[in-house]
Design a protein around this ligand. Structure first.
Ligand code: NCD
Length: 355
């Protein structure tokens, strides 16, 4: 692996991504061969937002590779409540562990952490921004269950605005040939502008629809998502959006026989329980693939066992990101990092346009 960290799947080439998927396949077939692959290595999970699958699958993955784990899963139990900043927390944990998996509500937090960490950082979700290891899970699932990552018509349904799994998945699948995207949501919860820009850059075909029934017949993959209640400004705004798109067995009558239904989980009410019995519903299997994909990821990332010495990073712009959810809003010591995207200045941490 060339990259030290996994902040965004763009950190890996498609060849590296394919290698991880194929290693995951080998681990599935021959788990005993990998039982000591990470013996003597220690993984830290630093989770400041709720998690079942992501955190436990990383922990299980490391234990199944013969490594050990430490972690924080509640900010109230850590020195964050004493006022310690992200930089100091990460400097400390980076000195204890060989690899850190982190999740926070702040957009760009994993990138910020990677500036200060001696050991690799894996982004396990940074607010409503990105979730690259869920995408690794999703592409591993599609590779083994559908047999391809190209020539797909993919419907993404639900909260496409705050759903970080959607953003990472689209950013990844645009790179494979002839993928077509159908975005099924209310206008309020459609994909962010920067994702549209990426679709345009890759020349992908995409459409926006507000009716799941109409979209279903042409889909090869249906990626359902939960409305992200915790990211709304008010309970009222959330109430207006919930319960609009619900997948049930009736809607599936018009779907292809080999449709694959994915969901990063947790599910709230967007897929009825009866759908679980349809063989096209593979979201529970998907969560299992996630563990194997993460085993492969940990192995690959620990391959470059070189000691990394963090270098001081300086601001490259006078501009200031105005996104209140950006990590720079609450961690003021961070260098301002701005890149250009489509002629606009964009924050390198959270990807929001600075105007
Ligand atoms: C997702 C997440 O945390 O973004 N869950 C997960 O990691 N499998 C999706 C969600 O919370 O809705």
């Amino acid at each position: 692996m060339k990259a030290k960290n996994l902040i965004d799947l763009d950190d890996f080439t498609t060849e590296e991504l394919d290698d991880i998927v194929s290693l995951a396949g080998d681990i599935i077939r021959n788990p005993k061969d990998y039982a000591e692959a990470c013996k003597g290595k220690l993984l830290a999970t630093v989770f400041y937002e709720p998690s079942t699958r992501t955190q436990m699958s990383f922990q299980t993955a490391m234990l199944r590779l013969g490594g050990t784990i430490i972690g924080i899963d509640n900010p109230a139990g850590s020195s964050i409540t004493k006022g310690e900043n992200l930089k100091d927390t990460i400097k400390i944990i980076g000195g204890y562990a060989d690899i850190i998996v982190m999740r926070t509500a702040l957009e760009g937090a994993a990138k910020a952490a990677s500036i200060y960490s001696k050991c690799p950082i894996i982004n396990a979700g940074d607010g409503g921004h990105l979730h690259p290891t869920q995408t690794l899970t999703d592409v591993t699932t599609l590779s083994f269950e559908l047999g391809r990552l190209d020539n797909m018509t993919i419907g993404l349904c639900g909260d496409l605005k705050y759903g970080r799994t959607v953003h990472s998945l689209v950013k990844c699948l645009v790179k494979y040939k002839n993928n077509k995207f159908v975005f099924i949501s209310t206008p309020e919860l459609t994909i962010p502008d920067y994702i549209k820009q990426i679709l345009d850059e890759y020349g992908c075909e995409y459409s926006f629809v507000d009716n799941l029934n109409d979209a279903i017949p042409e889909l090869d993959v249906l990626y359902m998502t939960r409305i992200q209640r915790e990211r709304f400004e008010s309970q009222e705004a959330y109430e207006k959006q919930k319960g609009i798109f619900v997948l049930d067995t009736q809607k599936l009558q018009n779907a292809k026989a080999d449709l694959k239904i994915l969901h990063p989980l947790p599910r709230v009410d967007e897929i009825t329980d009866e759908v679980d019995y349809d063989p096209r519903a593979i979201y529970f299997k998907q969560a299992e693939y996630g563990m194997y994909a993460r085993m492969a990821l940990i192995m690959k990332m620990l391959e470059n066992d070189s000691d990394f010495v963090p270098q001081r990073v300086y601001s490259n712009s006078e501009l200031k990101c105005k996104n209140p959810k950006c990590v720079t809003a609450s961690e003021p010591y961070l260098a301002t990092l701005v890149k250009e995207n489509g002629g606009k200045a964009v924050c390198e941490y959270c990807d929001k346009v600075i105007d």
